[in-house]
Design a protein around this ligand. Structure first.
Ligand code: FNR
Length: 184
């Protein structure tokens, strides 16, 4: 079984990112297991916790969970033209202690979304920068900038636009191909 962690950049109950992520989780083929990993309860990263051996339980749980994962899918809104702090904090927590990063070598894919017209382009590309440093092979194509997200979701949170469903399925298929290549 190949395990794919899904990290959502919004903590909002009715988050469009979360709803889109739930739709996408159902698009993985047999042999793939998706898990939504909570990043909202991680205290802001403080290196003293690691240096002084006073590691918050939430860090340990998160790091242990992520170590078990084969790949990571990020689904995120854009906050002020960049990624929300939740995601940056999770990346920082998972990158330490030095030499024990949970991210190293894990294939990653990014879906950004916005109820506006630009689809979270800024967040999507800013997220690529730390992922390069963290040595994560990132899905290049197709790029997923989901715009006008509020209109794409019905009252049950299901994506109601067939073109978008097909596009996201092709995105998942390409991600699965990348995961296979990296694992081979
Ligand atoms: C936003 N929003 C937003 N949208 C966008 O397209 N570009 C942006 O730079 C920003 N900036 C921004 C900052 C902050 C602090 C908030 C709270 C919101 C609007 C944002 O896309 C909208 O609230 C989405 O609904 C957030 O995603 P979720 O929570 O629905 O997943």
């Amino acid at each position: 079984m190949t395990k794919v962690a899904i990290l959502v950049g919004s903590l909002r109950k009715e988050s469009f990112s979360k709803k889109i992520a739930v739709n996408v989780a159902g698009m993985f083929p047999e042999g793939y297991e998706t898990e939504f990993v909570d990043i909202g309860d991680l205290p802001l990263y403080n290196q003293d916790y690691d240096d002084e051996g006073n590691v918050p339980e939430a860090y340990t749980t998160f790091r242990n969970t992520m170590k078990e994962m084969d790949a990571v899918l990020f689904v995120t809104p854009e906050y002020n033209r960049t990624i929300p702090a939740t995601i940056k904090n999770a990346l920082d927590v998972g990158s330490r202690p030095y030499g024990a990063s949970v991210w190293d070598g894990k294939p990653a894919a990014i879906i950004s979304q916005s109820p506006g017209n630009i689809g979270g382009f800024g967040a999507n590309h800013h997220l690529r920068q730390p992922l390069v440093f963290l040595n994560m092979p990132i899905l290049q194509q197709p790029e997923a900038y989901i715009s006008n997200s509020a209109e794409l979701l019905d009252e049950n949170g299901k994506i109601n636009n067939e073109g978008t469903v097909q596009f996201l399925q092709s995105f998942v298929n390409a991600f699965v191909d990348l995961i296979k290549k990296v694992k081979a």
